[in-house]
Design a protein around this ligand. Structure first.
Ligand SMILES: [Fe+2]
Length: 412
């Protein structure tokens, strides 16, 4: 059913422990939210928190319990339609743009359903620990982790639509950020190993491991900061077509884009940024985030000609980024945990790519067009969900995710 991916290095006990942790983490994320917060959908790309909590539960019910439980029965067969995201192989789906209109089931009912499915999954792991079952549980855990990040990005977007800019949580202490001096680091050139090889959990889009050819290049030691982005704005970066791809220029004009998402100005014309901690004066030293691919690309072209020390700047390819991360795994180049980093690589299959078999085959492969690869992870990414072979992907205009950039250039 699952091609050659049914292997894992974790034991049933370890997977059970990861399952408990990931399920608890999801419900922890809504502790500060009221049922109305969990209900609303701010735009088509974003889903209500309640929908995320339900969908990850649907995933276990359909992918794990249905094929493995001896006397399987749906908790409620109608949920199979309401919380199917994009799996045509499973059947009908409630329209994505109308997820916020699903006032039934209630949040309380979704939580009750979650508990039922959890108990049944735990029972199953204890009774049958076949490699295929354990792999599917790991897929369920990793899937839920992806939705934990989406839940936060979607709540961030939802709360940004409230004129009072309510905080999702209070910041217990202010963590001052410092900006390291920018430096070019010599990248790994020649034939480089790319992609995942091993038995720990990974997605099918990370395979197979293969060689990619990197030309001689350099990579930035840190992410582009808000202060650098402000210089781009003040230099008219959003007003000059020459920095922009044609599609980006059209997008910018249609959408009236003039700053990263969540930036706003006060009466004194000072920039603030809305985050999950509320609206605060823009932290100049923090990495810029919530920018589209179009913006990242335009910034690199502008920086190449206008920022001292940035001559030749461009976006890295995913292969340059991955080789850099692999050769610097112990270093502090903001590779992970700050902002996803746009690359100039199209989200395409690796040579020899095979989607997983069965229903899970719809997970990644069918999205391999019109999207760009992002590497690293963000401050919203759950612990344990990052690796250098990970390939995130979004369309060129998307910017409600925590997306930033790292620069590269040809030569040393
Ligand atoms: Fe999903």
């Amino acid at each position: 059913m699952l091609n050659k991916t049914v292997s894992q290095s974790s034991s049933a006990d370890e997977i059970l422990e990861q399952f408990h942790r990931s399920r608890k983490h999801s419900t922890d994320l809504i502790v500060n939210l009221n049922p109305e917060d969990c209900q609303a959908q701010s735009m088509e790309d974003a889903s209500p928190a309640k929908w995320h909590l339900a969908h990850v539960t649907w995933f276990y019910e359909v992918m794990v319990l249905k094929p493995f439980e001896e006397k399987f029965a749906y908790w409620n067969p109608e949920f199979a339609v309401l919380f199917n995201s994009y799996y045509n192989g499973i059947g009908d789906k409630h329209p994505r743009s109308k997820r916020g209109l699903l006032t039934r089931p209630s949040l309380a009912e979704v939580i009750e359903w979650r508990k039922n499915i959890e108990d049944r999954v735990i029972k199953l792991i204890k009774e049958k620990s076949s490699a295929e079952l354990l792999w599917l549980i790991q897929l369920g855990i990793n899937h839920e982790q992806q939705h934990q990040e989406l839940l936060l990005t979607d709540i961030h977007h939802l709360l940004s639509n409230n004129s009072l800019f309510p905080a999702y949580e209070s910041q217990s202490h202010h963590i001052p950020t410092s900006e390291k001096p920018f430096q070019w680091i010599k990248g790994v050139s020649g034939l480089v190993e790319t992609g995942y090889e091993g038995n720990d959990f990974h997605f099918d889009n990370e395979r197979p491991k293969h060689s990619a050819l990197n030309q001689t290049h350099s990579i930035g030691n840190r992410l582009v900061s808000n202060s650098e982005w402000l210089q781009f704005i003040e230099d008219g970066g959003y007003q000059h077509f020459q920095w922009w791809l044609d599609a980006g220029w059209a997008w910018l004009q249609t959408e009236k884009i003039s700053a990263p998402l969540y930036w706003n100005k006060d009466a004194q014309n000072q920039f603030f940024r809305f985050s999950l901690y509320g609206n605060s004066l823009l932290d100049m030293h923090a990495p810029v985030s919530n920018i589209s691919y179009f913006e990242a690309d335009a910034f690199s072209r502008w920086a190449s000609q206008n920022l001292t020390g940035f001559a030749g700047a461009r976006l890295p390819t995913e292969f340059e980024w991955e080789a850099f991360a692999r050769s610097n795994s112990e270093s502090h180049y903001d590779l992970f945990g700050k902002a996803w980093q746009w690359t100039s690589s199209n989200y395409s299959p690796y040579p020899g790519y095979q989607p997983w078999g069965g229903i899970a085959g719809e997970y990644n492969g069918k999205f391999m067009v019109n999207q760009m690869v992002l590497k690293g992870s963000s401050e919203y990414t759950p612990v344990g969900h990052s690796r250098d072979t990970y390939r995130n992907f979004f369309p060129t205009h998307a910017r409600w995710q925590m997306t930033g950039l790292r620069l590269a250039k040809d030569g040393i």
